[in-house]
Design a protein around this ligand. Structure first.
Ligand SMILES: *[C@@H]1O[C@H](CO)[C@@H](O)[C@H](O)[C@H]1NC(C)=O
Ligand SMILES: *[C@@H]1O[C@H](CO)[C@@H](O)[C@H](O)[C@H]1NC(C)=O
Ligand SMILES: *[C@@H]1O[C@H](CO)[C@@H](O)[C@H](O)[C@H]1NC(C)=O
Ligand SMILES: *[C@@H]1O[C@H](CO)[C@@H](O)[C@H](O)[C@H]1NC(C)=O
Ligand SMILES: *[C@@H]1O[C@H](CO)[C@@H](O)[C@H](O)[C@H]1NC(C)=O
Ligand SMILES: *[C@@H]1O[C@H](CO)[C@@H](O)[C@H](O)[C@H]1NC(C)=O
Ligand SMILES: *[C@@H]1O[C@H](CO)[C@@H](O)[C@H](O)[C@H]1NC(C)=O
Ligand SMILES: *[C@@H]1O[C@H](CO)[C@@H](O)[C@H](O)[C@H]1NC(C)=O
Length: 333
């Protein structure tokens, strides 16, 4: 058991020298190395199948001896002897990393003749997103750039996908010029390289735009009955509604027996008991910080033909907002 260390090392050095010399002179012995693919962090088992006539055996990483028989040469704690019998000489490298990729050689002697068998260790790394644009709020008409950085081995593919319409684009950078409101929503970056499952992350693009009144409902009602004028607007951020009588007087809940009810996308003017003074033209004004839009509605006596023709007026405020985008980036992992 207690072989003097110096002797063992000397013997191994001799093997190493023999191996290197004979690798050069008897290249016809070695067949092309098999590839052995492992994922980063996994264990790699290097097995060398031998027979009883083998007198010396070693595993080498490039030209460095890792093990000769039961003697460890490598100072790397991840390298361990697994099997050392008459028929098999195997070592294990735990938690392999990309630096371990390369040619490993099993070198052995039978009847004083050297032999080698080689394996090329390939270390793969699952695709992973390492940096991605954060969710952003922009004004309609802005240019938007989304970026998604991914790493992996082999080199991963990166795809941006708009979740709402399913449209997708290859590459780390997604450039949207003059974004419109239909292009708002969630975008997903997906990266894969065939190792493990693909990685993905989502980004939300909010597109601000000034209000436009999309629907109005005129009303026809008799004195003493109830009536409802309705105004619906599309806007981001959501519009604030105001009601005017004859385009001048601002109306508030409680005035002249009326009530105003505002929701996210619509507003109603409620008359619980119509009087003759209520008949006439009303204006619904929808506004947000990008602009405003007004439309005229009518509360009519019974008998008048309901005229759905409405007049729309857009007055863009704060046009400067169209030019500004706010882009921040998230820190990930
Ligand atoms: C090992 O992989 C490389 C590149 O991935 C390839 O060119 C080579 O043919 C492979 N060798 C064997 C023996 O499969
Ligand atoms: C790798 O090998 C070590 C030591 O032999 C063992 O504890 C561990 O469970 C192995 N890991 C995997 C993923 O096989
Ligand atoms: C080992 O060597 C002896 C003598 O040359 C031979 O008879 C025997 O078949 C060899 N064993 C193997 C497994 O090759
Ligand atoms: C193999 O050799 C390379 C280059 O010297 C080194 O970076 C790596 O850690 C070695 N791996 C093992 C398992 O010995
Ligand atoms: C509506 O107003 C009139 C006059 O003010 C009143 O006589 C009538 O009772 C009211 N109707 C209802 C349903 O409140
Ligand atoms: C509606 O828009 C027109 C044109 O911009 C404007 O003259 C009018 O004052 C607006 N009405 C209200 C109630 O803001
Ligand atoms: C009400 O609006 C209509 C159409 O917008 C217009 O023709 C009419 O003159 C207005 N009436 C009053 C009283 O302002
Ligand atoms: C992500 O990318 C942005 C822009 O290139 C950079 O400013 C930021 O520092 C990166 N974050 C990380 C965690 O690498």
């Amino acid at each position: 058991m207690n072989v003097p260390l110096q002797r063992v090392n000397l013997a191994s050095v001799v093997i190493l020298m023999l191996t290197q010399v004979l690798l050069v002179h008897f290249t016809e012995i070695t067949s092309p190395a098999d590839n052995y693919t492992v994922s980063q962090g996994d264990n790699a088992t290097l097995s060398c199948f031998i027979d009883e006539n083998v007198t010396r055996v070693a595993w080498l990483n490039r030209s460095n001896i890792l093990y000769t028989g039961k003697d460890k040469w490598s100072i790397d704690r991840r390298v361990q002897l697994l099997t050392n019998t008459k028929s098999e000489f195997s070592i294990i490298i735990t938690k392999v990393d990309v630096a371990d990729e390369g040619l490993y050689t099993c070198s052995y002697q039978t009847h004083d003749r050297p032999h080698t068998s080689q394996v090329y260790l390939i270390v793969q790394v699952p695709a992973q997103i390492v940096n991605i644009s954060s969710s952003i709020i922009v004004n309609e008409g802005s240019n938007v750039n989304l970026m998604c950085l991914a790493v992996g081995k082999p080199e991963p593919t990166v795809t941006w996908r708009q979740l709402k319409e399913g449209f997708s684009s290859e590459g780390e950078l997604l450039e949207i010029t003059e974004i419109n409101r239909q292009q708002a929503g969630e975008y997903e970056c997906i990266t894969s390289n065939g190792v493990s499952t693909p990685d993905s992350k989502k980004v939300l693009i909010t597109v601000n735009y000034p209000p436009s009144i999309t629907d109005v409902k005129n009303a026809q009602s008799s004195v003493g009955k109830s009536a409802v004028l309705r105004c619906e607007a599309s806007a981001v951020p959501p519009a604030e509604f105001e009601w005017y009588k004859e385009d001048k007087r601002r109306l508030f809940t409680g005035m002249e027996g009326i009530k105003i009810q505002n929701e996210r996308t619509w507003s109603v003017l409620l008359f619980s008991n119509v009087t003759s003074r209520h008949y006439g033209n009303y204006t619904c004004l929808a506004s947000n910080r990008l602009g405003s839009f007004n439309t005229s509605l009518r509360l009519l006596k019974p008998g008048f033909a309901l005229n759905h023709g409405v007049t729309h007026t857009l007055s863009p405020l704060l046009l400067g907002f169209f030019c500004s985008t706010f882009v921040f980036f998230l820190r990930t992992v």
